[in-house]
Design a binder for this molecule. Structure first.
Ligand SMILES: Cc1ncc(COP(=O)(O)O)c(C=O)c1O
Length: 383
């Protein structure tokens, strides 16, 4: 569906716009009305009929698993529902069969969720972690190349960096890791929902995400993708009845972990949240994720074109097409936290990160909203 041609209809889905110029999707995405309705539908059902419709919720969740799989070009059995990105990453870190000679490649631009699980494993098993150093807040493939060797079991990296939106070439990294017998684990929470993701094309081995940012889904929703042939290599570290291949059978027996990613779900899943996540993905799908990426690009282009006109401000995010997206970091301010506060007084919401402003519009934002931000920034930088 053409976004510009349906912008009013689209914006009517977002109650957040009634009060705010909301340009902060790298922090927390607001919920569209249809997502609120779906969360409420399941909660109301539980309120008025207890667990009578439990099996319907299970069936709906399985349908959502298929929708998620389609969204990232995976198979449904490669998807496990997870509470958040950190849980997905920890599932992989805890479940791998580590050998003393293994090393792990991380980087110093990364969000802690994709650092700490690996550090814990390194400590537990006496492994070496190798840290790729950022260069001017960017990550160079050559630096990964230097660190990856035939003992590298894991290369852990975000698809898009949280602080400045730097997008890494996952396809090249996967190739590098695989040539050395290692795996790539990616955190996709800053990319999923703002651009197409094709796990087969990227050839990543594991992908973890939350739904609460660009995917416009409820808090504590998310999923973990695991390449089919690797599912059996990851030992479930938190175990429950859902781990078993026959999870509706409650009798005493010896566990046989499912050969699908469901083995990582252990106990009851978040039916209201999952129903909300489905509604959010369906909304994104109805406009088309390629159109959404294009629309965000257009808004960001507008922002970039005008921001350097403002005194002292400059865009610090990479402007190379292969690295940029909907997260823009702006520098040149003495105190970005104060600017964020003053913008909030005008009901304009952005964040400060790593010494700069982080601006992150989504597809339902408008050029007018970008101009509102620029106007207030212009006043603040003049004073
Ligand atoms: C890159 C990245 N990973 C993970 C998270 C949050 O992790 P979780 O989904 O576990 O809450 C954030 C939150 O800002 C993030 O930016």
């Amino acid at each position: 569906m053409n976004i510009e041609g349906h912008i009013d209809e689209l914006r009517a889905q977002f109650p957040v716009i009634k009060r705010y110029t909301y340009l902060n999707h790298a922090a927390v995405g607001p919920l569209p009305l249809r997502v609120l309705d779906e969360v409420s539908r399941i909660n109301q059902d539980k309120g008025y009929s207890g667990g009578l419709h439990w099996m319907d919720w299970e069936e709906e969740a399985e349908e959502t698993r298929k929708i998620i799989a389609r969204f990232i070009n995976a198979d449904p059995e490669e998807i496990a529902f997870a509470q958040n990105t950190s849980a997905g990453l920890s599932t992989i870190a805890n479940g791998l069969n580590w050998e003393k000679t293994d090393n792990i490649v991380i980087n110093d631009l990364e969000f802690p969720s994709n650092i700490f699980p690996w550090q814990i494993q390194a400590k537990r098993h006496g492994l070496v972690t190798k840290t790729v150093q950022q260069r001017n807040e960017e990550l160079a493939i050559e630096d990964f190349e230097e660190q990856i060797d035939r003992h590298t079991k894991i290369v852990a990296v975000s698809h898009i960096q949280f602080s400045n939106g730097f997008k890494v070439d996952l396809q090249r990294l996967s190739k590098l890791a695989h040539e050395n017998g290692g795996y790539v684990v990616t955190d996709a929470v800053q990319s999923l929902g703002q651009m197409p993701i094709d796990v087969k094309k990227l050839d990543v081995d594991f992908l973890a995400t939350s739904g609460y940012k660009w995917l416009l889904s409820p808090i504590a929703t998310g999923f973990l993708y695991i390449k089919k042939e690797l599912i059996d290599e990851i030992e479930p570290s938190i175990v429950g009845y859902r781990t078993d291949e026959n999870y509706h059978e409650y009798s005493y027996r010896t566990i046989r972990p499912a050969l699908t990613a469901r083995r990582f779900e252990h106990g009851q899943i978040n039916f209201p949240g999952i129903a909300g996540m489905r509604a959010a993905i369906e909304l994104l799908d109805s406009f088309g994720i390629y159109n959404i990426e294009k629309r965000i690009r257009k808004l960001v282009d507008h922002l970039i074109a005008d921001i350097s006109e403002l005194r002292g401000l400059k865009v610090l995010s990479s402007m190379k097409p292969e690295h940029r997206n909907g997260i823009i970091k702006v520098g040149g301010l003495d105190n970005p936290d104060d600017v964020v506060k003053k913008l909030k007084e005008e009901n304009i919401v952005i964040s400060s990160r790593a010494g700069g402003l982080r601006i992150s519009p989504h597809f339902y934002n408008t050029e007018k909203e970008i101009e509102q931000l620029l106007d207030v920034l212009s006043l603040l930088t003049k004073s």
